[in-house]
Structure formats: structure tokens, C-alpha cells
Design a protein around this ligand. Structure first.
Ligand SMILES: Nc1ncnc2c1ncn2[C@@H]1O[C@H](COP(=O)(O)OP(=O)(O)OP(=O)(O)O)[C@@H](O)[C@H]1O
Ligand SMILES: Cc1ncc(CO)c(N)n1
Length: 279
């Protein structure tokens, strides 16, 4: 018999194109050596060109998925992706509380406050933003907004790296333990810097910026890699640092697919000479 791997739960939407959402989360969990559990929140009709619509899953079914795997298999770390509506967000908040997931609890909780696809198509109903602020951010061990999400949540436009700190402070005021302000959308630089802060420790995670349009699923893949490494027992700064090295390589290995934006790729992890960044 093989030893049981750690488990990571993703609470997220499906991307029919397979590059983002729950599909990206599962392949990242696999690539990082943890067993992936899922609570599906919405089904998007999506390809490399954009999101053509979505249907959400009833909130009680989202809750039941979380409860049923947590009660039987146990969850070592969890993350959120697309949550679609204020009702689903409130239900997820109550359910993670009930099963011991979240800031200050046994199980670390990564909140990726997904608001729109990289094409600008909405993945969250407008009225649900306030629910992210009040229901999810206070429960987050780490929140991982991109720059558009930073602007929506705080009103701060990050146009240069120096403003990432101010944005992190503004987000910390909503109550998460750590904030990771991702810098993928800061154009015009050869480096790609994400800023991690808990208000006391501020860490600049610098990576190379690759000149590729194919970064679909990058945010989901980073948040999932962080979640996987939290599940394995790393602390937040180490899990984020490993996650950043993981996503950097996934962007380097991204590929074209379809007429639009191709996905980042964790396939390099399958090569026998490619140890995980923590190995
Ligand atoms: N061209 C690039 N080269 C290297 N790393 C990148 C590049 N673009 C983004 N990244 C990294 O990928 C991760 C995701 O960042 P980004 O800000 O793009 O998130 P996102 O907008 O949520 O992603 P998504 O494309 O899934 O919507 C970050 O660690 C960022 O630094
Ligand atoms: C389902 C889904 N979740 C998240 C994203 C953001 O990458 C996306 N495009 N689709």
C-alpha cells in the first residue's frame, strides 16, 4: 500500500477550455503531489477567446460537497476560485467555519478573489464584491488578488511596483492574515514581482517575466500551488515562495491552444529530471 497523500480542496468553477478554474487547480494539485478534492461552484462556457456564459451550482450543493469530503477524507488546505454570487460566498464562509477551515483554524485557507477572466469577462456578479470583502477576506490565511481585483476591492490602481505595498496594507485592513499582491499585469518590465505581506513581514517575490500571451490560468495555478504546499505543512512565506517558482516555470512552458490565449503548463513536472521546487 502507498502512503496516503495530503489533501487540498478547491472551491471553484469549471473552465470548459481546461486551462483555468477547477481544471487548473486539479492538475496543479497533482503536479505538486497532493490529492485534489473539489466543490464545484459554477460551470462556465469558456474557451481561449473568452467566457461565453455561466450557470452557478445551488449554494446548498456547494456546501454539501465541502462537508461530505471534509467529513470523510479530511482537508489539509483549501482554496477558493470563482464563487459567482453573494449567496455562494456566504454559504462557503459558513461552511468553512463549520468544518474548521480558515484563518486561526486548523486548516489554511487561500482566497483567490476571482472577479473576471483575463479577457475581462465577469465571473462574479457585481453585488458579490462586498461579500468577498466582508465574508471571505477575514477568513483568509492568504488572499491572492491580481491588480484588477486589488482595484475592485480597494479602489487602488497599482501602476508601478512601489504602490503594491500600499495596496497590501489596504487589503490587510479587511482582515486576512497575509496578502499576496500579484504583479503579472504590471507591464513594461523584464521582471515579475509579487508582494507578500502580513503587515509586519513584507517579502518581494521576484521572478523573470516571460514575453508570452499564453498565461491563461496563471492565477489559479499559483494559488493552487500555494495551497498544495500549505497542505504539505509549509508556512505561508515558504509555500508562496515555492508557488512563485512553480508558476514561473509553468509560464515559461505555456503553450498556444485555440485562437486566443493558451494556458500555463505544469507538464514539466512530469519529466523525471524536474523535481518540485521543494524537493
Ligand atoms: N509573463 C509572465 N512571466 C512570468 N510570470 C508571470 C507572467 N505573467 C504572470 N506571471 C506570474 O503568474 C502569477 C499570476 O499572476 P497574474 O497577476 O497574471 O494573476 P491573474 O491575473 O490572477 O492570472 P490569470 O491569468 O489566471 O487571470 C504571478 O505569480 C505572476 O507574477
Ligand atoms: C472557471 C474559471 N475560474 C477562474 C478563472 C480565472 O482564471 C477563469 N477564467 N475561469
Amino acid at each position: 500500500m502507498t502512503e496516503t497523500p495530503k489533501t487540498a480542496l478547491t472551491i471553484a468553477g469549471s473552465d470548459s477550455g481546461g486551462g483555468a478554474g477547477i481544471q487548473a487547480d486539479l492538475r496543479t494539485f497533482f503536479a505538486c503531489g497532493v490529492h485534489g478534492l473539489t466543490a464545484l461552484t459554477a460551470v462556465t462556457v469558456q474557451n481561449s477567446v473568452g467566457v461565453h456564459g455561466f450557470t452557478e451550482i445551488p449554494a446548498d450543493v456547494v456546501a454539501a460537497q465541502i462537508e461530505t469530503v471534509a467529513g470523510d477524507m479530511g482537508v489539509n488546505a483549501a482554496k477558493t476560485g470563482m464563487l459567482a454570487t453573494a449567496e455562494i460566498i456566504a454559504t462557503v464562509a459558513a461552511t468553512v467555519d463549520a468544518v474548521g477551515i480558515g484563518r486561526g483554524r486548523r486548516v489554511p485557507f487561500v482566497v483567490d478573489p476571482v472577479a473576471a477572466s483575463m479577457h475581462g469577462d465577469p465571473l462574479l456578479r457585481e453585488e458579490a464584491l462586498e461579500a468577498i470583502r466582508t465574508e471571505l477576506l477575514p477568513r483568509a490565511t492568504v488572499v491572492t488578488p491580481n491588480l484588477d481585483e486589488v482595484r475592485l476591492l480597494t479602489g487602488i490602481s497599482v501602476t508601478e511596483e512601489t504602490v503594491q505595498r500600499e495596496a497590501a496594507e489596504a487589503l490587510l485592513a479587511f482582515g486576512p492574515q497575509w496578502v499576496l499582491v500579484k504583479g503579472g499585469h504590471l507591464a513594461g518590465s523584464t521582471r515579475c514581482v509579487d508582494l507578500l505581506s502580513d503587515g509586519t513581514h513584507v517579502v518581494e517575490l521576484e521572478g523573470r517575466r516571460y514575453d508570452t500571451p499564453h498565461t491563461h490560468g496563471g492565477g489559479d495555478t499559483l494559488a493552487s500551488a500555494v495551497t498544495a504546499h500549505l497542505a504539505k505543512g509549509l508556512g505561508v512565506p515558504d509555500a508562496v515562495s515555492v508557488g512563485k517558482r512553480f508558476i514561473e516555470r509553468c509560464v515559461a512552458e505555456s503553450y498556444p491552444l485555440g485562437q486566443g490565449v493558451g494556458p500555463v503548463s505544469p507538464f514539466w513536472r512530469l519529466a523525471p529530471d524536474s523535481p518540485a521546487p521543494t524537493d
